[in-house]
Ligand binder design. Structure first.
Ligand code: HEC
Ligand code: HEC
Length: 224
């Protein structure tokens, strides 16, 4: 038990160091002073969300379409960071390319992005249910213990045992659509998604098999 405690304290320390780095690097991208993009106005965010985003992510962020991520209950700062990352800037391609989302962020100001984060984080995520229990049981082993043979780390150490993540920048995964999660793991593996600072997720997925990605995604979809 002592060992587990030391490991989880270490994870918190690393999470803190990472969050300072992400704040600094991401704020610099939008020319904002450090930390300034963390706070937003949920009511203003709701206006944009209901007009522009609801058709795909649902009014309260509980998307019902498997390719569109659930945003309800996600950390505000993580959402704001993703919106920043969907935008191409300085003549470089977006760090997180998405034909759909790149069109959505064109007209959003940094303040809009903060406000949208504040809105979605205030919404309650609907409890998830895994469709395939056998697959989910296999995935639970990877989520909690990783794969010691191939060196896949336990997801729980950074995304927390119940999938709530560690605010501000380790995202909540609990209840997410399995299809979306698998798509993201694949995108990290092909480095099409390259917005994870210090290549944290790209390092995790290089050692994962396709089967492991599917089982762990199924398990995550049932976490609540
Ligand atoms: C036409 C459908 C559509 C609309 C409208 C849309 N989105 Fe998305 N959104 C998507 C899809 C698809 C993805 C997954 C992109 C990918 O493959 O990485 C996504 C991803 C995201 C993510 C990343 C979530 C995560 O967990 O990393 C955020 C944040 C987001 N959208 C916010 C918004 C906001 C805010 C709006 C309104 C301004 C919006 N979206 C409008 C389809 C849509
Ligand atoms: C060392 C810490 C760490 C470990 C271990 C880790 N992750 Fe992550 N993960 C992150 C960070 C940080 C991000 C956010 C990257 C960004 O800024 O977009 C992330 C993002 C993700 C995303 C994208 C979420 C979204 O909404 O788009 C998924 C899916 C994910 N991780 C799944 C996993 C799985 C499955 C495992 C275990 C096999 C795992 N992670 C292990 C740190 C970690």
């Amino acid at each position: 038990m002592q060992g587990i405690k030391v490991v989880s304290n270490l994870a918190m320390l690393i999470a803190l160091a990472l969050s300072n780095q992400v704040f600094a690097e991401t704020s610099a991208k939008i020319g904002a002073p450090e930390n300034s993009f963390a706070k937003g106005n949920a009511e203003k965010g709701q206006q944009i969300a209901s007009q522009v985003c609801a058709s795909c992510h649902n009014a309260d962020g509980n998307s019902t379409i498997p390719a569109n991520p659930i945003l309800a209950g996600q950390h505000a700062e993580y959402i704001t960071k993703q919106l920043i990352n969907f935008k191409a800037r300085d003549n470089k391609p977006a760090e997180r390319p998405s034909p759909v989302m790149s069109a959505m962020v064109v007209t959003l100001s940094p303040d809009d992005m903060k406000n949208l984060g504040a809105y979605y984080t205030s919404q309650n995520p609907k409890p998830g249910v895994a469709k395939d229990k056998t697959l989910a049981e296999q995935g639970e082993k990877i989520y909690r213990g990783g794969n010691i043979e191939s060196g896949v780390p336990a997801c729980a150490s950074c995304h927390s045992p119940n999938g709530a993540g560690i605010p501000p920048f380790y995202p909540r995964l609990a209840g997410q659509h399995a299809e979306y999660t698998v798509a993201q793991l694949r995108a990290f593996r092909t480095e099409q998604r390259a917005n994870d600072i210090n290549k944290v997720m790209r390092g995790v997925v290089t050692r994962m098999s396709e089967k492991e990605m599917q089982t762990v995604a199924e398990f995550i979809s049932g976490l609540r």
